[in-house]
Write a new protein. Sequence first.
Length: 140
Amino acid sequence: MSTIKSLSPEERKSHFHNVAVLAIKDGSIQPQERRLLECIARDWDVSDAEIKEVEEHPDSIPFVVPKDRNLCFQQLYDLVEMMIIDGEMKQTEKQLCEALAERLGFKPEAIRTIINGILEGNKTLRKTEDIQRALRTELL
């Protein structure tokens, strides 16, 4: 199994780009979306220079699918988390998320599964790692 640290710079930038595009899909980045972007950049080892490149040249970042299914799941999880973090799920965000899910090798229904897993986990105060482990088992 690959780890996030084993991804190429292109794979990391692609993931960060996808999440950033989703964050601005509704016209502006909300404070909670900004915090999540910062966490994802840190977790995925995206440098400040790479963040700047994504911000300044978003159309130049190609979509790259990781070879490892677990990392594809992590990308989809991050996308869904970004989509719902502001408490709203706009149709344009959902459509983008579903399109990216398919490109990552998942059925669009995986979006609803992850949303339900996150919401249920939040209700029961489960750790993010436990939520992800359960969802990974279900979707992979």
